[in-house]
Design a protein around this ligand. Structure first.
Ligand SMILES: [Zn+2]
Length: 351
């Protein structure tokens, strides 16, 4: 063998050994998967150091090539094994680090969750709707901006009728008002569908009035039952059931004659004081009278049936209406109406 070739042969041998050992060192110290992959590319890649050394094989005698080739493959296998081993260690370390970084301390106190509660007005509307819903009353709603006709004339309050003085109305423009009662919903329903009708109309109503017992916006629930042979005793039965469900099975109701333009006859309805039943002359709730007024009611005026397109000789019906705030105050012992519109958390949290 020529000295030059021998030298080349030896230098390739040494180069392979040297590159191999260097690669093993780099693998050992690579600190993450990215660095490890960089080592793999720099040694085993197409232009990697081991590949470059093998390209020199063409310069050694053919009989030496298999030995050098075997040596290169041996190193290649060693390096690949080392890379796999290091990869496993680094991946485990990575998982460990992730676990520590995202660890949840289950002993820490949790963040407080603030739950809202239903407003007493919403609760009352739902309670009344649920109670009368069991008697077959369907909840129906209508617009708060109404025509003058629907708000007044359709409930038998003509333009020059003194009943218009009973309430101060917000006029939005010629012939357009903020409804001062929920009665227009009853007329709208009767005009849209044929009898029988059995509905409840809850909603906001508006009047120019504001003091300790009046708010310019408040809520009403009106009920209407129209069918063949509906009588005053049906009305009394429904209201008696309603009062007992709301205030307790021991309460009684009484009807006092009264006037509302849309009913004939009309009555104001009282419920006996659930607290003292009239036995305490100093009762805070009933002021010693033993009775609390809860709603107005009566038999639907035949004029309304005519306006609705019904034949008053065929059918009859009753209607009743109550102030939601008044019922809520009685149910929850709320002393001042204004509490319900101030949005005070300390008040609302109690429900
Ligand atoms: Zn009382």
């Amino acid at each position: 063998m020529e000295p030059l070739l021998f030298y080349r042969h030896m230098s390739i041998h040494a180069a392979i050994e040297e590159k191999g050992r260097s690669a093993l060192n780099q693998i050992e110290v690579s600190s993450d998967l990215e660095a490890l992959d960089a080592v793999r590319v720099s040694v085993l890649g197409k232009k990697g150091s081991l590949s470059e050394a093998l390209k020199q094989l063409g310069q050694v005698p053919p009989e030496e090539r298999p030995k050098l080739g075997a040596l290169a493959n041996e190193w290649k296998a060693k390096i690949e094994t080392a890379i796999e081993a290091r990869k496993e260690i680094l991946a485990a370390a990575q998982i460990e680090a992730d676990l520590i970084r995202t660890r949840v301390d289950v002993t820490l106190p949790s963040r407080k969750i603030h739950l809202g509660s239903l407003h007493p007005i919403t609760r009352t509307i739902r309670k009344v709707s649920d109670t009368l819903g069991r008697l077959g009353f369907d909840v129906t709603t209508g617009p708060e901006v109404e025509t003058d006709f629907m708000n007044f004339e359709a409930v038998n309050i003509p333009k020059d009728h003194p009943a218009r003085d009973m309430q101060d109305t917000f006029f939005l423009g010629p012939g357009v008002v903020l409804r001062s009662q929920t009665s227009p919903v009853q007329m709208r329903t009767m005009r849209e569908k044929k009898w029988p009708v059995r509905i409840l109309c809850p909603g906001a109503v508006y009047r120019c009035d504001s003091d300790a017992t009046h708010s310019p916006m408040f809520h009403q629930i009106e009920g209407l039952w129209v069918d063949k042979k509906v009588s005053m005793s049906d009305l009394k039965g429904v209201l008696d059931f309603f009062a007992k469900e709301l205030f307790g099975s021991h309460v009684k109701i009484r009807l006092r004659p009264s006037y509302f333009p849309f009913v004939e006859p009309g009555a104001e309805v009282d419920v006996s004081c659930a607290l003292c039943a009239g036995r305490n002359p100093h009762c805070q709730v009933c002021k010693g009278t033993g009775w609390l007024e809860i709603l107005g009611a009566g038999m639907v005026h035949p004029r309304l049936f005519e306006l609705a397109g019904y034949d008053p000789s065929e059918i009859s019906g009753f209607a009743f209406g109550m102030g939601v705030e008044r019922i809520a105050m009685l149910l929850h012992d709320i002393p001042d109406l204004r509490l319900m519109f101030q949005g005070d958390q300390r008040f609302l949290k109690q429900f």
